[in-house]
Each structure stands twice: as structure tokens, then as C-alpha cells.
Design a protein around this ligand. Sequence first.
Ligand SMILES: [Zn+2]
Length: 309
Amino acid sequence: MNRLIIIVFTVFFYSVAGAAPVMPQPKVVKINERVYAFLGPMGQPSAHNQGYMVNSTVIIGEQGVILIDSGASDEVGNHLGKAIAKLTTKPVTHVINTHHHGDHVLGNIVFGKAEIISSEICREMVNKTGDEWIALMESLIGHKLPNTRPVPASVTYAGENTRTERTIQGVKLEFWVPAGSHTVGDMMVYLPEDKVLVGGDILVNRTIPVMRDALVKNWVGTLKQVRTFDAKTIVPGHGPLMKQEDVSKLQRQMDVFYTGVEAGYKKGLSDSETRKTLDVREWKKLEGFDANIGGNVSRTYLEVEQASF
Ligand SMILES: [Zn+2]
């Protein structure tokens, strides 16, 4: 009898505590013969997703692969590397980072031989905040990441609002460094031959835009400029693929949000009073609403306040 209890308990214990969560697989969307979107799970980094919650873009060039956004740790980077190896035997020769947030850059470490490319300010921010991002990821996923180290870009493009064309592995790319929007050092990548725009977190779908490090007014302006690209497929930083009309919708929502916060400030309301006046019905349905709406209002309020001096 006692033995039975021990066996039952042991089976229970290992099935609950012993089984480490498995990192979810990317949803691989083939855009054309050489461009694939790897859509990660939605949501915050957690023990459940092991930190894998970002979108990446994989471009298979003549001799090697270009990877845009490398994930939140060496573990996620390796996970992406394995998924790439199912598509091609070519090595990853170039990694592009759309901005410095940990979920987009901390996988760089596993592509040590690749050329890492970002905006100039992104490189500075990776150097400045990389270790903090690792500590944050460790606390969110609930285990240490002893093999993750921040690896800043070796090739950078300066802003503000510059577009640089370059051909890598036979693939034409346009590096667009807009005025700082989601972060001070954003970069978007356009593939004119493929008509694909990769937006980083300036573009998000079915999840609330995160403004903690943002320049919100610039962000609205950047979204307006997206329509100057003849993009047929748009890869957001998080969430399903987008079309131009989805970007226009996001731009309208962001514009209404900024204008609403500005109106609250001008009426002499505090940021928490302003929050109550905002029409956020559409955003309420989105992933990450509760976690981010307060921070979004505070950040935008501060920006409006600073702009009025
Ligand atoms: Zn992100």
C-alpha cells in the first residue's frame, strides 16, 4: 500500500515538476521561394514559452541565410537555428536586429560567425542595456541563461530617417532607420524584389503596441511613411502577418491615442485622470492590454508634457 502511494506520488511529481516546458515551434509561413516568416507565440516571455515569443524573418540567399531578429536568449537562437536547418543547409551569414529589446537581439550569440547588422543607436543600446535584458529574461522565464551574452552589431546604419540599399547574398535589402519610434534605435528592412517589409515592434498585430521606451509622436509619423513602400507582405515584431490596411489601422489607433493623451494634458488632467478619458475599446481586446496600458499612458503623457515646454 505504502509502496503504491510512493509510486503514484513519484509519477505525479515527475509529470508536474520534472517535465521542463518545451519551447514552442515557430509557425513557419512561406512568403516566397526564399523568404519565410517564423511567427513566434504571442505573449510575454514565461516559463511556459521559455522566452520564445518573437517573430523572425528568414531569407535564404545565394550562399547563406539572413536572419532578422534572433530571439530572447541563446536557447531561442539555437531553436531558431534548428528550424532554419529544416529549410536549408546554408549557414546563417547575416543577422539583422530591428531594435535593442532583449527578445529581438539576445539570440545573436549563437550566430557568432555571422555579420550582425543594426542601427547605430541600437548598437549603443545593446551595449548599455544588454545585461539588464538578460536579467529580466531570466526572471521572466524562471531559469538562468549562463550562455547568453549581449552581442552588438558590427555593421550599423545611422538615422534619422535614412534609407540605405545593400545587396546581401544576392538579395536586395533596404535598411530604413526612421526617427526613433518604438525605441530610440529602430530599423526596418524592406525587400524591394520580394515586396516584403519587416517592421520590428513598430508594427505589431493583435497585440498592444508597447510604448515604455517609445517616442510616440514619431511612431505615428513612421507608420504614415510605411505606405511609401510597395509592400505586399508585412512582418510585424509580434503577431500574424499584416497588410498595408492593418498598418493604416494601427496608425489611426496610435494617432487617436496620442491626441487623446494630449487633450487630457491640455485640460490639466493628471495621467491617471487622462487614462479614464481615453477610448481604448479596440485595444482592450488585444494581447498585453492590462500589462501595458498604464505604462503607455504614462510614457505618452510625459512626452506631451516635455513637448509643451
Ligand atoms: Zn519585441
